[in-house]
Design a protein around this ligand. Structure first.
Ligand code: IPM
Ligand code: MN
Length: 354
């Protein structure tokens, strides 16, 4: 297969972890006879430094001209405590999502048996947890307008907006995913308080008869935050709006033992984007210590997305092997064991595939 892959390493550890994922993709290409063609582009703080724009038109053009995008992370501490900064790296990510039509963010949450003991939660609670969060990605409070400040600067406001069309398309996607899994869909909202949530719940009920084989349950987001920690095995597919999904998936990531293990896919229009759910981890940048597995597993999702199931599985198996063999970075290393570097983990996974 010929595949055009846009590479957006971004900031912090982004270039290192994307580099390891490319190593793994190259190994897949060699082994299975594919041709992967890469085009690099800037996004985030590095794009601001180079061009003044966190998502330059050139980067958008590279993404549009590709079949898929592999993205690292964005963010730089110099912006975090500077509320006055007019241009922020995060704006690049949001504009990229919106302009590529990536309305659904899929965040799978599975516990690797051999890592269950690394979770801060009790092993008997997390063992066997396997669910996927479908986060709406281009609506809600992130994009609703008006957003801003009053003239005197003492009042701030955001707007949460959802249209029927936006809710229907993400719910159809979530029902469809549930149908291919254990057939259980949890719609997370705050319908007891928020108007947009009431529309989500209403439309959920309207669509449910089209998916009679899927069991639909509703859950308030505050309760869901608790249930995810107390009974993670309860869930199969969770679907929710943008902001709730952002928060719940960071929370859910602790179940697996390391944020460094979790991949994600953003889909919608033509081009799909794959990225680890963690951030740019600036303290680790350039030190060759960051865990590349989430990005490598994002590459596995990328392969499966374009129909290369066997290749995706080969990547997953190789990651499992690395974990079993103790070839892991410091976030996962057993107490007293020597941690491997970012490149050592990538070399092992790529080597195992070859
Ligand atoms: C994520 C991140 C982003 C978000 C930030 C960096 C804008 O936290 O992908 O979850 O809030 O969506
Ligand atoms: Mn987030």
């Amino acid at each position: 297969m010929k595949l055009k892959i846009a590479l957006l390493p971004g900031d912090g550890i982004g270039p290192e972890i994307v580099g390891e994922a490319v190593k793994v993709l190259d190994s897949v290409a060699a082994k299975y006879g594919h041709q992967f063609e890469y085009s690099k582009a800037l996004v985030g703080a590095c794009a601001i430094d180079a061009t003044g724009d966190p998502y330059p038109a050139e980067t958008h053009a590279v993404c549009e001209a590709s079949d898929v995008v592999l993205f690292g992370a964005i963010g730089d501490p110099k912006y975090d405590n500077n509320p006055a900064a007019k241009v922020r790296p995060e704006q690049g990510l949001l504009r990229m999502r919106k302009s590529l039509g990536l309305f659904a963010n899929l965040r799978p949450l599975a516990v690797f048996d051999s890592l269950a003991g690394r979770s801060p939660l009790k092993t008997e609670i997390v063992k066997g947890a396997d669910f996927i969060c479908v986060r709406e990605l281009t609506g809600g409070m992130y994009f609703g307008r008006p957003q801003g400040r009053s003239e005197d600067g003492n009042t701030a406001y955001d707007t949460c907006v959802y249209t029927r069309e936006e809710i229907e398309r993400i719910l159809h996607l979530a029902f469809g995913l549930a149908r291919g899994r254990r057939k259980k869909l949890t719609l997370v909202d705050k319908a007891n308080v928020i108007a947009t949530s009431r529309l989500w719940r209403q439309i959920g009920g309207e669509l449910a008869p089209q998916y009679p084989d899927v069991e639909l349950e509703y859950m308030f987001v505050d309760n869901a935050a608790m249930q995810i920690i107390q009974r993670p095995t309860h869930f199969d597919v969770i679907v929710t709006e943008n902001l709730f999904g952002d928060i719940l998936t960071d929370e859910a990531s602790v179940i697996s033992g390391s944020l460094g293990m979790l991949p994600s896919a953003s889909v919608g229009a033509k081009v799909a984007l794959f990225e680890p759910i963690h951030g740019s981890y600036p303290q680790a940048a350039g030190k060759n210590i960051a865990n590349p597995m989430a990005t490598i597993l994002s590459a596995a999702m990328l392969l499966e997305h374009v129909g290369l199931q066997q290749e995706g599985k080969a990547v997953r198996d190789a990651v499992n092997q690395a974990i079993e063999a103790g070839v892991v970075t410091e976030d996962l290393a057993a107490a007293g064991a020597k941690a491997c570097s970012t490149t050592e983990v990538g070399d092992f996974v790529a080597g195992h595939i070859a």
